[in-house]
Design a protein around this ligand. Structure first.
Ligand code: PMP
Length: 412
């Protein structure tokens, strides 16, 4: 009888868990963690609402707190000139460019920003995507394929891992900052693949340390592979004028094949960019799906980033102040015998507390005492290295740091 379904619903053996979102493994895991936190009486540190600008201080639930949880490193987000540039761009172009750039979303301000980024890096060109995360996903997903190899530091950001997975390339990681291990991998595996890319970060966002770029450049030249540096956290932070790991390590811009960065940290907006040689940038601009099939960045955001670059170049003192206040923080923290791990003491300094419960508890106690710092819990880091992660800004004062560290030490 053709009208009858082949299998009646009653007969199906498909379990409920495959048909219900409340039985999704991620959702179940989240509920277990939330219940655990509730039983321990720890308030959730997530989705706290900031009521105004988040810089060295912030307002949460009507209270002003010292803030170490925002990556407004040079205090440019909220800068009056940045706001004014964004407002003017909004008045002229509106809040959306209403199309992908390739099909009528292009505005003069897009290329202006890309040229400014390319000039800052000293490379041919740059291309800006609507999200930093999407920049890595789309760039890696598009450039590499099944016959290629992606080798990355084990602490690389999720966006690069997702991009590597999307590419279908073989993916291998090496222990954090262990370039001997990387060299060994290259010697053993390079010849088995067509294109190979090494991915590292300019400043690791959980640990505040960075790789030996000079040696990476030697390795990449020796083994004929590409080198990609994600400068999400190092751009605006490292080097005397904030030009990133290249400036600090003193290598040529063209020694790195793919410079990646975000607009969401120092550059006071959101979005990401790739800077490098024309052949790379043109290829991504015409063919990478995250650029091609996505809207162009809003003009006010482009204007904010251009103005931020301008202020950064005009006022190198911001970078110097960020460095000196960071040095103060790490020196004082070490004097109090706090464990700052391998942090190099510039802009990102963790205090490792050894368990997720401990980190969540201490973050909560600091919050109650007027200090906002995010705990980083398992699985974002291994359980034994759960931590508080301090983001510094050039506006933090020694007094704020003394208050914070003394309060923290009194809680341990
Ligand atoms: N790369 C790194 C190293 C990051 O830390 C982040 C996010 N903080 C991204 C990429 C993604 O950038 P965005 O938040 O601008 O999307």
């Amino acid at each position: 009888d053709a009208a009858k379904p082949a299998v009646s619903l009653k007969e199906t053996t498909i379990p409920d868990k495959f048909c219900r979102f409340d039985q999704h493994p991620g959702y179940i895991q989240m509920q277990i963690i939330n219940r655990g936190a509730e039983q321990l009486g720890v308030e959730s540190p997530f989705f706290r609402v900031h009521e105004g600008l988040a810089g060295a201080t912030t307002i949460i639930a009507g209270h002003e707190l010292i803030n170490f949880a925002s990556y407004n490193y040079l205090n440019l987000s909220g800068h009056p000139e940045v706001n004014q540039a964004a407002t003017q761009a909004m008045q002229r172009y509106g809040t959306s460019v209403s199309a992908s750039r390739i099909v009528s979303g292009e505005r003069p301000i897009h290329r202006e920003l890309e040229h400014a980024l390319a000039r800052t890096y000293g490379v041919d060109d740059a291309v800006v995507f609507v999200s930093g995360h999407a920049t890595n996903v789309s760039t890696l997903g598009y450039l590499f394929g099944a016959k290629d190899l992606i080798i990355h530091d084990e602490y690389i950001h999720n966006s690069s891992i997702v991009g590597a997975q999307l590419s279908g390339a073989r993916r291998l990681s090496f222990p954090h900052n262990d370039l001997d291990a990387l060299e060994h991998l290259l010697k053993e595996r390079r010849h088995q693949f067509e294109r190979v890319v090494i991915i590292v970060e300019g400043l690791y966002s959980m640990d505040g340390d960075f790789p030996d770029l000079k040696r990476l450049v030697q390795l990449k030249q020796q083994h004929r592979v590409f080198l990609m540096v994600d400068e999400a956290h190092s751009f605006g932070v490292l080097g005397n004028s904030g030009k990133g790991l290249r400036e600090l390590a003193d290598v040529d811009a063209t020694d790195v094949d793919i410079w990646m960065g975000t607009l969401s940290k120092t550059l006071s907006g959101c979005g990401g960019f790739i800077a490098g040689e024309s052949a790379l940038v043109e290829n991504l601009r015409h063919l990478s799906p995250g650029f091609l099939y996505s809207v162009g960045i809003p003009a006010p955001i482009a204007a904010a980033a251009i103005k931020s670059l301008e202020i950064m170049a005009r006022e190198p003192d911001r970078v110097r102040r960020l460095r000196s206040i960071s040095e103060y923080f790490i020196t004082q923290a070490k004097a109090l015998k706090l464990n700052t791990g391998d942090s190099r003491g510039i802009a990102i300094i963790p205090v490792i507390l050894g368990s997720s419960v401990n980190a969540a508890r201490i973050s909560s106690a600091l919050f109650d005492r007027g200090i906002n710092v995010q705990p980083i819990l398992y699985p974002a880091v291994p359980e034994k290295s759960a931590r508080l992660r301090f983001f510094l800004s050039c506006e933090h004062t020694q007094e704020q740091i003394d208050t914070t560290l003394n309060t923290l030490a009194s809680l341990l």
